[in-house]
Design a binder for this molecule. Structure first.
Ligand code: PLP
Length: 354
C-alpha cells in the first residue's frame, strides 16, 4: 500500500514536553512551565474584555500599536520590531528567513527544548554545544563551532533551564569572534528577571552589531503566556525579512490589546517581578543551605543538575503538592512561584536529601 510520506526530519524530532498540568481540583502549585504566578492585572483583563466584541474581524496584521509601544518602551524604531504568536513562533520565522536546507544553526545544549525542534523543522542542521557544569553557556565553544555553513547562532540568556546569564565581556568577545554575516539570536525571554550587574545588555549589543537579533516575550515577566505574544528586535533590513517570513495575522487582536495594556502597566508588573526575584533568592539560598549545588539563576526558575535522580525528585515533589519539570537524566527545573510553593520545594529538598 502506498502512503503519504512524512518528512524524514520528523522522525528525528525530539518531542517538546510541556510542563505537567495540575489536575483540576488538586491542591498543587504548578512550577513546571516558568509561568508568572500572578493573575493578570485588572487593566489588562479590561483591555482583553473590550476587544472581545471585535473578534469577528482579523487583527491588525502588523500589530501596529503594539509594535509602536514596544519600540517606544525599548528606545528603538518601530521598523525594528516584529511581533509574533509567542517568541517561539518568532524564532521559527527567524530561522525561516535566514536558513536554507543544510545550513547549520549552532546552539547551546542543554538549553531551551524548542531549539532543536525549530532548527530541524526549518530544514537546517543543529550543532549543539555543551553548557558548562556550572550551568553557564560556553561562548568560546559556541564561537568555535561556527563554520562556513553556519547561518545562525542561538544564545539563550538567561539560559533555560540552567539559569545563569551571559556576561557583557563574554558577549563582546563572542560577537567580535563571530563573522558579521552570521546571525546571532539573543533569546532574552527572562531579561526582566536579571539582577546580575555583569550581565550582557542585549539592546547595547544590538546597537553595536548589525548581526544581532533579540527575542523577547510577554509570556514570563508580563504574565501573558496564555495569549501567545512575543517579538524580535533587529536591524530594520533583517526585521523586514523576519516580517516577510511571519505567519499572516499571527498575533490575535486580544493579544495585541493585552500587550499594549501591559506596557502601560510596566511599573506595576515590574514590581511583581521584584517579588518573584525575592522569592528566587529565598529558594536559591534555602537550597544551598540544605547542601544542594544550584547554579546562579537570573530567571524565574532554579536548576538542580541531579542527572538520573530527576524523575524521582519530580515524583516526590508532586506527592508533596508541587509540580516541577524533570529533564530525564539531566536535572529538574523548578519555577519560582507563590511563597507557599517555595516552602514546599524546600521541604521536599530537605527530605530528599536525607
Ligand atoms: C518561555 C521561553 C520563550 C518564550 O516563549 P513564548 O513562545 O513567547 O511563550 C522563549 N525562549 C525561552 C528560552 C523560553 O524559556
Amino acid at each position: 500500500m502506498k502512503h503519504v510520506p512524512l518528512r524524514p526530519a520528523l522522525a528525528s524530532l525530539p518531542p517538546y514536553v510541556p510542563g505537567a498540568r495540575v489536575p483540576v481540583g488538586a491542591a498543587a502549585y504548578k512550577l513546571s512551565s516558568n509561568e508568572n504566578p500572578f493573575p493578570p492585572l485588572p487593566s489588562v483583563v479590561a483591555a482583553i474584555a473590550d476587544g472581545a466584541v471585535d473578534v469577528n474581524r482579523y487583527p491588525d496584521m502588523y500589530a501596529t500599536e503594539l509594535t509602536e509601544a514596544v519600540a517606544e518602551h525599548l528606545g528603538v524604531r518601530p521598523g525594528q520590531v516584529v511581533a509574533g504568536c509567542g517568541s517561539v513562533a518568532v524564532l521559527g520565522h527567524v530561522l525561516a528567513a535566514f536558513c536554507d536546507a543544510g545550513d547549520e544553526v549552532v546552539h547551546p545544549w542543554r538549553s531551551f527544548e524548542a531549539y532543536p525542534i525549530a532548527v530541524t523543522l526549518a530544514g537546517a542542521t543543529g550543532v549543539p554545544v555543551p553548557v558548562g557544569a556550572d550551568g553557564r553557556l560556553d561562548l568560546p565553544a559556541l564561537a568555535a563551532a561556527v563554520t562556513d555553513r553556519t547561518r545562525v547562532v542561538l544564545v539563550c540568556t538567561p539560559n533555560n533551564p540552567t539559569g545563569p546569564a551571559v556576561h557583557a565581556d563574554e558577549l563582546e568577545a563572542f560577537l567580535a569572534a563571530v563573522p558579521r554575516d552570521v546571525l546571532v539570536v539573543l533569546d532574552e525571554a527572562y531579561v526582566e528577571f536579571v539582577r546580575d550587574p555583569d550581565a550582557a545588555d542585549g539592546l547595547a549589543a544590538l546597537a553595536a552589531h548589525r548581526n544581532v537579533v533579540l527575542l523577547r516575550t510577554f509570556s514570563k515577566a508580563y504574565g501573558l503566556a496564555g495569549l501567545r505574544v512575543g517579538f524580535a528586535v533587529a536591524d530594520e533590513r533583517l526585521a523586514a525579512g523576519i516580517r516577510a517570513a511571519s505567519t499572516p495575522f499571527g498575533v490575535s487582536h486580544l493579544a495585541q490589546l493585552a500587550g499594549v495594556a501591559s506596557l502601560r502597566a510596566t511599573d506595576e508588573l515590574l514590581a511583581r517581578v521584584d517579588r518573584i526575584v525575592g522569592e528566587r533568592t529565598r529558594m536559591l539560598t534555602g537550597l544551598r543551605d540544605l547542601g544542594w549545588d544550584v547554579p546562579d539563576s537570573q530567571a524565574n526558575f532554579v536548576w538542580l543538575g541531579i542527572g538520573d535522580d530527576a524523575a524521582r525528585f519530580a515524583e516526590t515533589a508532586t506527592r508533596a503538592g508541587v509540580v516541577v519539570r524533570p529533564f530525564a537524566g539531566d536535572g529538574v527545573r523548578i519555577s519560582v512561584g507563590e511563597p507557599e510553593a517555595t516552602d514546599v520545594v524546600l521541604a521536599v529538598a530537605r527530605d530528599v536529601r536525607r
